[in-house]
Design a protein around this ligand. Structure first.
Ligand SMILES: C[S@@+](CC[C@H](N)C(=O)[O-])C[C@H]1O[C@@H](n2cnc3c(N)ncnc32)[C@H](O)[C@@H]1O
Length: 309
């Protein structure tokens, strides 16, 4: 049935995700980050009675998914925009399942013209190319303190201040125009010797800032907390500890039956306040085989939550 051979992104934890939804029968399924439709295609094949709503803020991804899902288009609606915004669409009701596979796609990371790579001539990193705010704005207009703050907060980088200083000093003479330039400035100002490229955490921080990635996750969790979609299964895949922490903490709080203040002697809340249950206490991670064939899956963590019916 698959009509496209050259798919620029391999879905992570595919079997685990599909299994996680094994009890969905009908209703609407939302793929918040449809990307190249790797997960969505399998969901549509496996669950014949569900309708799928696919969201992405990247036009290139949506165009590809539209072609890839052609045999199923009578059951598919594609929406362009951020999931925090699109989840308020009226068509999203009767939710049976929701998937979000956060972060960037391999195409975004690999294609030099998207300006995510260290060796790109561009300084961009926008998932949504219709937005004007890009990495160029962050790097050239943020103050030293603002830069240091995002490097610390979103990169957990040890030499945040030093790198921020180096960027601001370089900027005194010329505008920073490319990732090549940025990566050189960073590499020249930090200690070397680790396993990863010295600019990795700083690039990650800028990317998170440009695309409001953590805010998007928090907003998604807020929307779910408010909607409490009856009986729906939620599967969220994260790629670094900052993302996973947000998901883990929220799933834990949704699972709590007792919401009395900790200093109270006896429960007064009815002990029935959980919104549902976590389907796995520990996150599901990729097998050795998967990591071997798709190294990007190494840092993937899948958490599942089921709302009460
Ligand atoms: C890791 S890829 C998803 C890959 C997809 N599961 C597949 O199998 O092909 C992440 C996708 O989510 C999109 N994305 C990330 N954050 C988003 C957001 N807040 N709103 C909408 N799309 C987002 C990116 O543009 C990218 O295409």
């Amino acid at each position: 049935m698959e009509i496209i051979d050259n798919v620029p992104h391999t879905p992570v934890l595919l079997n685990e995700v599909i299994d996680g939804f094994k009890d969905i029968n009908s209703g609407n399924f939302v793929d918040c980050t449809i990307g190249y439709a790797g997960h969505s295609l399998e969901i549509l094949k496996r669950y014949e009675n569900i309708n799928l709503i696919g969201i992405d803020r990247d036009d290139e991804a949506l165009e590809f998914s539209k072609k890839r899902l052609e045999p199923f288009l009578d059951r598919v609606t594609l929406l362009k925009g951020s999931f925090s915004d699109k989840l308020n669409d009226k068509r999203i009701n009767n939710l049976t399942g929701l998937l979000a596979d956060f972060g960037v796609s391999s195409l975004q990371l690999d294609k030099s013209e998207r300006g995510f790579r260290f060796d790109s001539q561009l300084l961009d990193m926008r998932m949504d190319q219709s937005k004007s705010f890009s990495a160029k704005d962050v790097v050239n207009s943020y103050s030293k303190e603002e830069l240091a703050n995002i490097f610390k907060k979103y990169g957990e980088a040890r030499e945040a201040k030093k790198v921020a200083e180096a960027i601001v000093k370089y900027r005194e003479n010329r505008i920073i125009k490319s990732n090549i330039e940025l990566s050189e400035i960073i590499t020249n100002s930090v200690r070397k010797g680790g396993k990863i490229h010295p600019a990795t955490l700083y690039f990650q921080a800028i990317r998170i800032e440009v695309n409001s990635e953590l805010d998007e996750i928090s907003k998604l969790l807020d929307i779910l907390e408010e909607k409490k979609p009856k009986g729906a299964t939620i599967a969220l895949i994260t790629f670094h500890s900052l993302e996973d922490r947000l998901v883990k903490q929220r799933f834990r709080s949704w699972s709590k039956s007792c919401i009395c203040p900790p200093d109270i002697m006896r429960c007064e809340c009815g002990n029935n306040n959980n919104l549902g249950k976590e389907l796995n206490r520990k996150p599901i991670t990729a097998s050795r085989d998967e990591i071997k064939s798709n190294p990007r899956s190494r840092s993937a963590k899948l958490r599942l939550f089921k709302f009460k019916g």
